[in-house]
Structures are given as C-alpha cells and as structure tokens.
Design a protein around this ligand. Structure first.
Ligand code: UDX
Length: 437
C-alpha cells in the first residue's frame, strides 16, 4: 500500500485519485482551490462525471481517500505525488504549463525523503525534463527522487470506467525503482493482466499525443466520408460498419457528427503540431484533421440554413444538446457554440436545451434562452437541430415532436434519429451522410 498525493482535483485528478484509492492505496486529493476542497469534504462532487460520486463516497468511507488544501504537508507525507493540474491551451497552440511548474516547485520545496513524482496531466514532449530540472533546483533537502510520466486516457462521461478498466497503462521512467513503485500503484490491474507498457519519459509523453491526435484524425476522416455519402446518396452507417469490421480499422470513433470538441482533442492536436514544428518536422495529417473539423462545424450550420432555403432570419430554432458529447456538462469547444453563434449572426431566434450543460453554455451566451425540457425548447419552433447524442434525444417521441413544432424541420447532427420514422411523419430533415428522402 502506498501513500499518494494527487495535486489537482479536476476530472483527471479526482477520478485518478478516487480510482487509485479504490486499488487500496491511501490517497489525498490536494488542491489550492479552497471552495473545491470544501465541497469535496462535504461530500459534493464539483464536476459532472457518472459514477464518480459512488467511487469517491465508497473510498472516503473506507478512510482511503481524503481532501486537503495543504499541498506541502500532503507532499511530505506521501511516497508518490501525481501532478494532475490543468494544462490549458496557450499561445499559438502550445500548452500553458504554469500550474504544472508551480506544483513542481512546491514538490521540490517539500521533498523530505525519497519520493516518486508522477505527471498525469497531458504535457508536451520534453516537459518531464523541465519538471525534473525545477525539482532539482528547488530541492533544498537534496533528498533523492525519481520522475515518472503516466499519461491518462480518460474520456469525459466514462472516466471512471476508463480509469478502473483501462486498455493499457503507460509508465515512462528511467530506473527500475520508479517502475516498481508505479507497478505497485496499479497492482490490481497488473494482476488482471492489463498491459503495462514501460518506456522512456519522452516516449510516454508522445504516446498520449499520438493516441489523441490519431483519434481526432479518425473522426475527421469519417466526417469527410460522410460528406461524400451526402453527395452520392450513400449511407455512412453502412460504410463505417463495413470499415469497422476490418480489425485494422476497428468500429470505434467512426461515428460522423458535427465535429470533435472537448478540452482535449482540439488542444492536444494543436500542441502536437506546435511540438513537431519546434522539432523541425510536421504532422500534416493532424493539421488537415483540425481543418476538416472546423469545416465540419461550418457544414452543420449550412445544412441547417439549407433546410430554410438559406434564410433563418426571424425563424425560431430549437437546439437540443449543448455539451460537446453526451454524458458530460462540458461545453468547451462544443460544436453547439459555433451553431449558436452562426444562428445569432443570421437573426434566428434560439431556444436551447441540454440535460446538464444549460448553465455552462449560458456562461458563454448570457442571453441564451434555455429550457428545462426538450418539449419546452421545441414548442412552436420552426426547426430543431440535434447537436449532442444524449439518450433522451435518441429516444425522442417523434409524433409528439411533430405536434409541438410549428414546422417539421430537423437537422440530426448525430445521426441518432430513425430515418423511416422521420419520413413517415413527414419531417423535412437532414443528417450527416445518411440516406435522404
Ligand atoms: C478524449 C480521449 O478519448 C481520451 O482518451 C483523452 O484522455 C481525453 O480526450 P474526451 O475528449 O473526453 O476524451 O471525449 P471523446 O469521447 O474522445 O470525444 C471527443 C470528441 O470526439 C467529442 O466531441 C465527440 O463527440 C467526438 N466523437 C467521438 C465523434 O465525433 N465521433 C466519434 O466516433 C467519437
């Protein structure tokens, strides 16, 4: 059993801390944000993440998980310290590492014995070397320590599952002692034969970006195939199914949509491009994926406007789904932002509903007319657009929708509605690469 501090209580830090405590270790989730720590101590989870409340509650009750604002004290009492603070997008696609370096200095100042320092946050290749240097420069006690890169592959909305049952664990380190410490952290996974890949620090840092950027490329690729399907009247669901049967391609991340969003893909793809340029090379495939992604968001706006013969001025449009994907309240880089901005520019009247992300989108558009049900949002609308694949939209009662709207126009940006039902009910509809009437 190890004593572990996780610094940063966002969805990566909190999920990882609760998950590691569930593996049987003694974990402190530490943060400088006093409100966040107060909420956590009071049993409130400051983020929307399915299953996280139960995971935290179970381990707090077993005395394995606690929360603290005392960063220095937590570090001093720990065997392993995880850096899990935010690395937001900085200038021209680079990552803002201010918080990471601040934590590195705090660790250096609090080293009172051998410890493993592990970065869980997504950091550009070479950041490990910089963190090592900062800790060495601030390590007044001259105590020994080792540095490890242990990138996360958590998806918002399924982060608990992704942590407890990962496809693989990546450990980048430079000696056996550090590898052994980390294998002890993930022992329950080790026992059920989850692949644990031991490699260098820089390789571990690259694996994270290479994985995320590839998934982004895959999404932009199927979006562009969907656009060809639109042009020839083919069905992209048949194409992606047939592609996915090929084990080399896999069916995952082959769902066309309005473009990828979130706090990771847009940031990580730009960061990889910036890294490549700094290293005198490039990743043109990733550059194209970003370009295709921006085009996809614009394409959705044009599809909606086409439903109204290019004029939405004065039309009431109901937007169902504001988060960048289902099962999260996160609206960062959500395609719904582009849709709302474009419709506002064209004089449309917008009514919006999302099961959990209403308030977050209202922080971006403070005049957004938000509703607490899809029925209220679509009532008397001239058109409806589905931006997020929430289950409640997958099971939309289409006859009821038809009765509530003023005109039966609908754009399904997630291909979740049954085309035959839309047809038989007389909807004027469009989607992303599926058969049209
Ligand atoms: C991603 C990575 O999946 C995860 O491994 C990493 O740790 C963090 O970034 P996340 O951004 O939370 O996770 O969500 P993800 O499920 O990957 O979706 C990202 C975006 O791609 C969303 O906008 C989603 O709607 C879109 N997407 C995903 C598609 O458009 N089609 C797909 O088939 C899959």
């Amino acid at each position: 059993m190890k004593i572990i501090t996780i610094i940063g209580t966002g969805y990566v830090g909190l999920v990882s801390g609760a998950g590691i405590s569930d593996f049987g270790h003694n974990v402190v989730c530490a943060d400088i944000n006093e409100d966040k720590i107060k909420q956590l101590i009071n049993g409130q989870i400051p983020i929307y993440e399915p299953g996280l409340y139960d995971l935290v509650d179970r381990n707090v009750k077993h005395g394995r998980l606690s929360f603290s604002n005392d960063i220095a004290g937590s570090i001093e009492n720990s065997d392993i310290i995880f850096i899990a603070v935010g690395t937001p997008e900085g200038a021209n696609g680079t990552s803002d590492l201010t918080a990471v370096y601040e934590v590195a200095r705090a660790i250096g100042n609090s080293l009172n014995g051998y410890k493993v320092v592990c970065t869980k946050s997504t950091v550009p290749i070479g950041t490990g070397a910089e963190i090592l240097k900062i800790i060495k420069d601030t390590n007044k006690s001259k105590n020994d320590f080792d540095y490890v890169s242990n990138p996360e592959f958590l998806r918002e909305g399924s982060a608990v599952k992704d942590f407890l049952w990962p496809d693989r664990v990546i450990i980048g380190a430079s000696n056996e002692k550090a590898f052994d410490f980390m294998k002890d952290v993930y022992r329950p996974l080790y026992i059920n034969e989850t692949p644990i890949i031991e490699t260098s620090i820089e390789t571990a840092e690259l694996i994270k970006y290479a994985s995320n950027a590839f998934l982004s490329v895959k999404i932009s690729y199927i979006n562009e195939i969907a656009n060809i399907c639109d042009a020839i009247g083919a069905d992209v669901h048949v194409v992606s199914k047939a592609m996915g049967i090929d084990g080399r391609i896999s069916p995952k991340f082959l769902h066309p949509g309005p473009g990828f969003g979130g706090s990771c893909f847009p940031k990580d793809t730009k960061a990889l491009i910036a890294m490549a340029e700094a290293l005198g090379t490039d990743v043109k495939v990733v550059e194209s994926a970003i370009e295709a992604n921006q085009s996809q968001k614009v394409r959705m706006v044009n599809k909606l406007i086409n439903l109204f013969n290019d004029d939405v001025h004065g039309k009431t449009i109901a937007i169902l789904g504001l988060s960048f994907k289902a099962q999260t309240d996160d609206v960062r880089e959500s395609p719904a932002i582009n849709m709302i901005a474009a419709l506002k520019d064209r004089g449309a009247i917008i009514k919006a509903y999302d099961p959990v992300a209403n308030e977050n989108m209202k922080k971006i558009f403070n005049d957004l007319d938000i509703y607490n049900s899809w029925e209220d949002a679509v009532c008397d609308a001239d058109g409806v657009v589905i931006m997020t694949e929430w289950n409640e939209f997958r099971g939309l009662d289409l006859p009821r929708l038809k009765d509530l709207v003023k005109s039966p126009n609908i754009l399904d940006c997630r291909n979740i509605l049954n085309i035959d039902d839309l047809e038989s009910l007389g909807f004027h509809y469009d989607n992303v690469g599926r058969k049209k009437a």
